[in-house]
Design a protein around this ligand. Sequence first.
Ligand SMILES: Cc1ncc(COP(=O)(O)O)c(C=O)c1O
Length: 425
Amino acid sequence: MTAYDAKFVAPPAMPELFRQLDPVPRLLMGPGPVDLYPRVLRAMSVAIQGQFDPQFTALMNQSMALYCGVFRTGNAQTFMIDGTARAGIEACLASIVAPGDKVLVPIFGRFGHLKVEIARRVRAEVVSEEIEWGTVFSPDRIEDLVKKHRPKVVAICQGDTSATMLQPLAEIGAICRRHDALLYVDCTASLAGNVFETDDWQIDIASSGLQKCLSGPPGIAPITFNERVVDILKHRKHVEQGIRAPGVVEGNGPIIQSNYFDLAMLMDYWSPRRLNHHTEAASMLYAARECALVVLEEGLEAGIARHRLASKALRAGLEAMDLTLFGDPTHRMSNVTGIIIPKLIKDSERVRAEMLNDFGIEIGTSFGPLHGRIWRIGTMGYVCAKPNILRCLASFEAVLRRSGYAAPAGKAVDAAYAVYGEVAA
Ligand SMILES: Cc1ncc(COP(=O)(O)O)c(C=O)c1O
């Protein structure tokens, strides 16, 4: 470094400042992010292209088609929002909810609260009901709430990682149609690891992220929406002055409050018109496209079965250690498991720190009412494989023992082996 450069870069004690990036390898078994499929990492190192290059627009179109498969939809409007999963949530809610519209949010974990927060910021009238974390809503309860509040939009999570539960959705779309409400679903944590049927379940609009079962990097959010949503967007369409071309038809509804998350403009950007909006995050698009390819090449059903098997093996191992699992067993996600922290453990963070520092395995803490009550272990995407489950259980057993919780030695790994159909000779 020259003296000229050093003028502002004068670290008091940062010897690593100019070292090449080379983090110690980890196995990410928290509630997300998780390790990337190596193919996805490779795809991200491909040269970027301009967003109007026909080569690149072809990749955009391919990504749209691939995500129709992942979301299981025929929606023409299936594309990406640049930003983490909450960017997808914000784009959906900011674009369909006008100030004063009523939004109903059934809350069964932290990410229900996030939807309340985002809906409030777009000046919705928000009504919500929170149930105990670790449980889910019955369709009847949702219908009662919809009848009572008559919302324009029902906004709900499929899987809420904070509470590890999977909300059944199959009947909720029909309920919303009966009462003339739109259904928005956040499937960030569940897509590709649990069954998700956009069209069959009559979900009007949904958004996701890559960093869970799709095993990609956080930073781009696939979304999909149907013609009911397109009608709303047309009504609210307003095109930026600097790119407005003759013949553009604008709506006379309330303008969408966000420019970046304006789905009406984004539809034009992702359509053959390619009306300029932002500079597409090319490397993230490559990642998203590759994630979808991996998922569809494996086959959605096979991938979901792999997630189920891995969590079954993990849970069998944990129970063999006499640990208690969190939440309603009939509604657990197949990719995140909550473990009640035994009373004997005085310092639950020490357990996580030793998993990380001594075994290189990240497991999750918890939020809100569950803070300090459960650990969370994720089995998602690339990580969701037998060697990782066995590694995690063996390490967990050792770390727990060091904290004074002596589980029956070896039983956890044996129980997991048994789920994989392998019993010791
Ligand atoms: C269900 C759900 N929604 C939204 C998010 C927010 O995602 P991000 O941190 O990528 O914005 C998460 C992250 O864990 C999630 O699990």
